[in-house]
Design a protein around this ligand. Structure first.
Ligand SMILES: NC(=O)C1=CN([C@@H]2O[C@H](COP(=O)(O)OP(=O)(O)OC[C@H]3O[C@@H](n4cnc5c(N)ncnc54)[C@H](O)[C@@H]3O)[C@@H](O)[C@H]2O)C=CC1
Ligand SMILES: O=C(CO)COP(=O)(O)O
Length: 332
């Protein structure tokens, strides 16, 4: 057993904390708002982000980062990507020197265009790199919390530490693969959210299965190009944090990113949709980063570019479809 700190009490942080606590690990769950931490402690559930899921006695919630991280052997960081740098900067002062650190956040930082792995190294220092890993793959929080069979991948640059994290998370319902392709796993997890918004838009416009299957496939092609240009093994994108997460998020009713797309396809305004969502939809911010990153790398990413234009330039979805379908014909 190990002392665990889960930093971020959203849906995913809560589900992962429950999983680790259910395995018998003393687990501290840090919530950004102290008031939520108090409610979790009192009611034994996270009524804001994962209502109806009972949390075990081995899980305690706190609003104090130092308290959460005291004596931690594994720190799992699961805050939205736009908050990761700030939270890790603060957490870095309290993470024990030999603790393993695993990020389960999916996104690419705006402006710096850094992957979460690059932000972590930036904030925690190059010497921390062997202890850092990244968990990704098709995993809706609610299904994991319900004990539904789920498969994910943990990527890290040091085999020993990555395997240790793999074993810490694995259960008979949560199968964890390992990988040494940090960039591939991270790019797959981040960019699939942008394609999921596109898939939702297709549904919202009333298109059928052909459109969705085409988007998943061509979306994977462009994710693979961006990942390869960043130095990833393109084959990683055929795995759980690529094809796996694309299929889930482009087809699953539980996806927040797909939901945003559906509402946009139905003609609702983005601000209004996000205000009513109650959760983060990473694909919205990642669309901007991915648009800029593809441009910087000189990589063709037509679906991502159209999602960016719909989100940030008010381009009508119908026009985006016409423009995508009538691009110069090319080979697969
Ligand atoms: N929900 C899911 O099924 C999955 C989510 N993820 C990823 O996990 C990350 C977190 O997502 P969820 O837990 O679902 O989010 P959520 O939308 O359920 O909750 C967001 C959490 O972030 C906190 N937060 C907001 N602003 C903050 C700030 N400035 N500083 C610190 N904390 C802040 C909120 O208090 C809340 O705890 C995202 O990158 C998401 O893509 C990955 C796999 C599955
Ligand atoms: O990343 C996820 C599942 O793997 C969750 O996707 P959404 O954020 O679209 O709900």
């Amino acid at each position: 057993m190990a002392n665990v700190a889960v930093i971020g009490a959203g849906a995913w942080g809560t589900a992962l904390a429950k999983l680790l606590a259910d395995k018998g690990n003393p687990t501290a769950l840090w919530a950004h708002h102290g008031e939520l931490a108090e409610r979790i402690g009192r009611e034994r559930q996270n009524d804001r982000y994962l209502p109806g899921v009972e949390l075990p006695a081995s899980l305690r919630a706190t609003g104090d980062l130092e308290d959460a991280l005291r004596g931690a052997e594994l720190a799992v960081v699961v805050v939205p990507s736009h908050a990761l740098r700030e939270v890790v900067r603060e957490a870095g002062r309290h993470i024990p020197r030999d603790a393993l650190v695993c990020s389960a956040t999916k996104g690419i930082e705006n402006d710096s265009l850094m992957l979460m792995s690059e932000v972590l190294v930036d904030e925690l220092g190059r010497e921390a790199e062997p202890r850092l890993s990244y968990l990704s793959g098709p995993s809706f929080a609610r299904e994991v919390a319900a004990g539904q069979p789920t498969t994910v991948v943990v990527a890290g640059r040091s085999e020993r530490e990555t395997h240790a994290v793999q074993r810490m998370f694995a259960t008979d319902r949560f199968r964890v693969y390992s990988s040494d392709d940090v960039v591939g796993v991270e790019v797959g997890g981040a960019l699939k959210n942008v394609i999921a918004i596109a898939a939702g838009i297709c549904d919202g416009l009333g298109f059928g299965h052909n459109a969705r299957a085409g988007l998943i496939t061509r979306g994977l092609a462009e994710i693979g190009r961006v990942a390869a240009a960043k130095g990833a093994n393109p084959l990683t994108l055929a795995g759980l944090s690529g094809m796996g997460d694309l299929v889930l998020t482009c087809t699953g009713e539980l996806s927040r990113n797909r939901t945003v797309g559906i509402e946009m396809g139905r003609g609702r305004k983005l601000d209004e949709i996000l205000a009513g969502l109650g959760h983060v939809a990473e694909g919205v911010k990642t669309a901007k980063s991915a648009h800029d990153l593809a441009d910087k790398l000189g990589v063709s990413a037509p679906i991502t570019i159209e999602v960016y234009r719909m989100l940030y330039e008010g381009k009508p979805p119908q026009q985006a479809v016409v423009d995508l379908m009538t691009r110069a014909l090319t080979r697969e």
